[in-house]
Design a protein around this ligand. Structure first.
Ligand code: T5A
Ligand code: NA
Length: 213
């Protein structure tokens, strides 16, 4: 019996950035790339608007309901907790997850409203830690010029400037910062290389860990 593969698992890869920085476009193209190489991979996103909690968040983001800042913060976190065990199952079964926003969005957006950063981090503790954070770096002014901007609650220039500052506080040396103003194909190539390395390390049995570590 060979045990050499027993720890092999999928990678947890997170894309972060301001609204309209290109996360969804790049997540989809990464998924195609990994599938093209024969890897098992799925595209996830937070908020996951398909659950009951996700629908409350969606209604808040589209200004159809009002919620206290603390309340909505905890809802975003709950929306991740309700997917945690499935996330772990998928990773352990060898599926790589490309995740469009995660806990860092949760902390950056709520602390940009003035909530304390430690308070914001607390409900995220114990969620799975990503193997890789890809930060799509764009000036708030540039993002605002992109199609579809301004449709949702947080898509306002002044607020996005604050979010960018909060991301700077959260960012550590392990994050990969990518200039999101390059042509899409150039960004794709850079991300592919980084992601492939990460997938390989996880296949070799890098252990899973929890936030914040
Ligand atoms: N939030 C989220 C919290 O407050 N707490 C949390 O815990 C979480 C998880 C919804 C909001 O919720 C907040 C953050 C958000 O404000 P969302 O549904 O992910 O989050 O919404 P957005 O981040 O706003 O997603 P967008 O769809 O607006 O932006 P993306 O995904 O970053 O960008 P994308 O790929 O859709 O591209 C936007 C446009 O730019 C073009 C695209 O074609 C598209 O038109 N584009 C480029 N143009 C030129 N050059 C490039 N390189 C380009 N890349 C993309
Ligand atoms: Na998006």
């Amino acid at each position: 019996l060979s045990e050499s593969n027993s720890e092999s698992r999928g990678a947890l890869i997170v894309l972060e950035g301001l609204d309209r920085s290109g996360k969804t476009s790049q997540s989809s193209s990464l998924l195609k790339y990994l599938e093209g190489l024969g890897h098992s991979a799925e595209l996830w996103r937070f908020p996951d608007r398909s659950t009951d909690v996700g629908q409350m968040i969606s209604s808040y983001l589209t200004n159809k309901s009002q919620l206290d800042d603390h309340t909505v913060h905890i809802l975003f976190s709950a929306n991740r907790w309700e997917k945690r065990s499935l996330m772990e199952t998928k990773l352990k079964s060898g599926t790589t997850l490309i995740v469009d926003r995660y806990s860092f969005s949760g902390v950056a957006f709520s602390s940009a409203k003035g909530l304390g950063i430690e308070w914001c981090k607390a409900p995220e503790v114990g969620l799975l830690a990503p193997d890789l954070v890809l930060y799509l770096d764009i000036q708030p002014e540039k993002a605002a010029e992109r199609a579809g901007y301004g449709g949702e609650r947080y898509e306002q220039l002044e607020f996005q400037r604050k979010v960018a500052q909060c991301y700077e506080v959260l960012c550590d040396a392990s994050w990969k910062i990518i200039d999101a103003c390059q042509p899409m194909e150039d960004i794709e190539k850079q991300l592919q290389e980084i992601v492939l390395d990460c997938v390989t390390i996880c296949q070799k049995g890098k252990p899973l860990s929890n936030l914040w570590s």
